[in-house]
Design a protein around this ligand. Structure first.
Ligand SMILES: Cc1ncc(COP(=O)(O)O)c(C=O)c1O
Length: 389
C-alpha cells in the first residue's frame, strides 16, 4: 500500500499545499517589518544584552496573551523548564510522570535536577496523557504515605506530572488536573509547542502551578531561541526570576550571589523580535488554520492515511500538521522519508520515544502500546504559515 505510487501521490499533495515551492521545510517562521525596526533600535541604543526595555514589554505581552500575571521570559524553552522544575521543589530521586511520546527537554531537565522521569501512556485522540489508563495504573502501582504517593516498586515518591501539549494540541487537561489533585502531584505544563492554543478560553500552560512555552525558530512565533515561564504564584515567580538571573542580589554598592542560579534570561534582541511576533500572532494563527484546511482537503482522497483531527471545544494553534500512516512498516516509512528528502521536502518522524533513550532505559514506565503505535505511524508535515498566504 505504501509504494512508489503512494509516495508520488503524497509528494503532490504536499506540493499543492506548499505552493509548489522547490524547497519545502518543516516549519519556517514568518517575519514582518517591526522585527527589523526593533532590532535596529537595540543596536542604536547598545542594549543588546539581558538589560533593556524590550524584555519587560515582551513579558507583559505574553502575560496579556496568556491571561496570567506572572511571566518570566527565558533564553529557551528548556531553560524555562529547568527553572520551573527547581522552583517547584521537586527533589533528587523523586519521580515525575512524563509522556514517552515527547521532545527530550521535559525528561532531560528531570535528570538535570536528579529526578527520575516515569514514562506514561498517551491517548490517540489528543496525543497527550491517557488519563483513564494513568488513573488505573497509579491506583495499582502506588502506595500512599501521609500526603504523598510512592512507587511501590522503586519506593520513590511520585511528586509531579508534566503533560506536553504535543504539536500544539491540548492534552486532556481537566482529567490531568483531577489526577494531580488526587495524587498530590505538582502540575507543570510543557506548552512549548502550544502558544495560541486554548481550552475553554484559557491559554495552555495556565492550568497548573507553572507552564512553559518556547519561542525557538521552529515555533508558531519566535525570538530565534527563547521561552517563557507562566507562574500561578507570585512567590514562585520571584524565585524563578532570581534563579534565571544567576541568583544575583544587586544593590548599587554591592552585588552578591545568594542562590545558585543560572544565566537563563532572555536578551533584548530576542525580546525585540518577540514583541513584533506576538503582535502578529492572530494573523499567524489564521494562516496556520488555512494550511491545516488545505491538508484536510488533500487527504480526503486517501484511505490509508488520516490527518490528525483536533478535538472540538479546544481551539488550537495547528503548529505541526500530523499524518497517521495506518499500519505502515518501519522500512516503508524510512523509504518514504528518504523519497521526500530527495525531492527537498522535509517531513519528520516523531522523536524516539523517551523510554528508548539510552540514559532513560532504566526509568519506570507504563505499558506504552499506544505511544509505540502512534510513533510508528506519525509523520510531521511541512506547516509553515507562509503557505496560508
Ligand atoms: C515539547 C517541547 N518541550 C520543550 C522544548 C524545548 O524548547 P527549546 O527548544 O526552546 O529549548 C521543545 C522545543 O523544541 C518542545 O517541543
Amino acid at each position: 500500500m505504501f509504494n512508489k505510487r503512494f509516495f508520488k501521490k503524497l509528494e503532490d499533495s504536499i506540493r499543492r499545499v506548499c505552493k509548489n515551492e522547490k524547497k519545502i521545510n518543516l516549519h519556517e517562521p514568518i517575519f514582518f517589518s517591526e522585527e527589523k525596526k526593533n532590532l535596529i533600535s537595540c543596536i542604536n541604543t547598545t542594549f543588546v544584552s539581558t538589560q533593556g526595555n524590550y524584555v519587560e514589554i515582551f513579558e507583559k505581552k505574553i502575560s496579556k496573551l496568556c491571561g496570567s500575571k506572572y511571566v518570566l521570559a527565558t533564553n529557551s524553552g528548556t531553560s524555562a523548564l529547568h527553572i520551573a522544575y527547581i522552583v517547584s521543589g521537586i527533589k533528587p530521586e523523586e519521580e515525575i510522570l512524563i509522556p514517552s511520546l515527547n521532545y527530550i527537554a521535559t525528561s532531560n531537565v528531570a535528570k538535570y535536577i536528579g529526578a527520575v522521569p516515569h514514562f506514561v501512556e498517551i491517548e490517540e485522540e489528543s496525543l497527550g496523557i491517557d488519563v483513564k489508563k494513568l488513573e488505573k495504573y497509579l491506583s495499582q502501582k502506588t502506595v500512599r504515605k501521609g500526603k504523598y504517593y510512592y512507587n511501590k516498586y522503586s519506593k520513590r515518591k511520585i511528586s509531579a506530572i508534566v503533560p506536553t501539549h504535543l504539536y500544539g494540541n491540548m492534552s486532556d487537561i481537566e482529567g490531568i488536573k483531577k489526577i494531580s489533585k488526587k495524587y498530590n502531584l505538582i502540575l507543570i505544563e510543557d506548552a512549548a509547542e502550544s502558544i495560541g492554543t486554548y481550552y475553554k478560553g484559557k491559554h495552555s500552560g495556565t492550568f497548573g502551578r507553572m507552564g512553559i512555552v518556547s519561542f525557538n525558530g521552529n515555533k508558531t512565533i519566535t525570538t530565534g531561541s527563547g521561552g517563557a515561564i507562566i507562574f500561578k504564584k507570585k512567590s514562585d515567580f520571584l524565585k524563578g526570576k532570581k534563579l534565571a538571573n544567576i541568583g544575583k542580589s544587586e544593590k548599587i554598592f554591592k552585588t552578591t550571589f545568594d542562590l545558585l542560579g543560572y544565566n537563563y534570561k532572555i536578551n533584548n534582541l530576542q525580546a525585540a523580535v518577540g514583541i513584533a511576533q506576538i503582535k502578529k500572532i492572530n494573523q499567524i494563527l489564521r494562516l496556520k488554520k488555512i494550511v491545516n484546511a488545505k491538508y484536510k482537503k488533500e487527504f480526503l482522497k486517501y484511505d490509508n492515511v488520516k490527518l490528525f483531527k483536533n478535538i472540538s471545544e479546544k481551539s488550537y494553534n495547528n503548529w505541526i500538521n500530523i499524518l497517521f500512516l495506518k499500519n505502515i512498516k518501519k522500512i516503508e516509512k524510512i523509504k518514504l522519508i528518504k523519497y521526500l528528502y530527495k525531492r527537498k521536502i522535509k517531513v519528520r518522524s516523531a522523536w524516539d520515544l523517551m523510554h528508548s533513550i539510552v540514559y532513560f532505559k532504566n526509568s519506570p514506565k507504563m505499558d506504552l502500546k499506544v505511544s509505540k503505535k502512534v510513533f510508528n505511524e506519525i509523520l510531521n508535515l511541512p506547516s509553515s504559515p507562509k503557505y496560508g498566504l
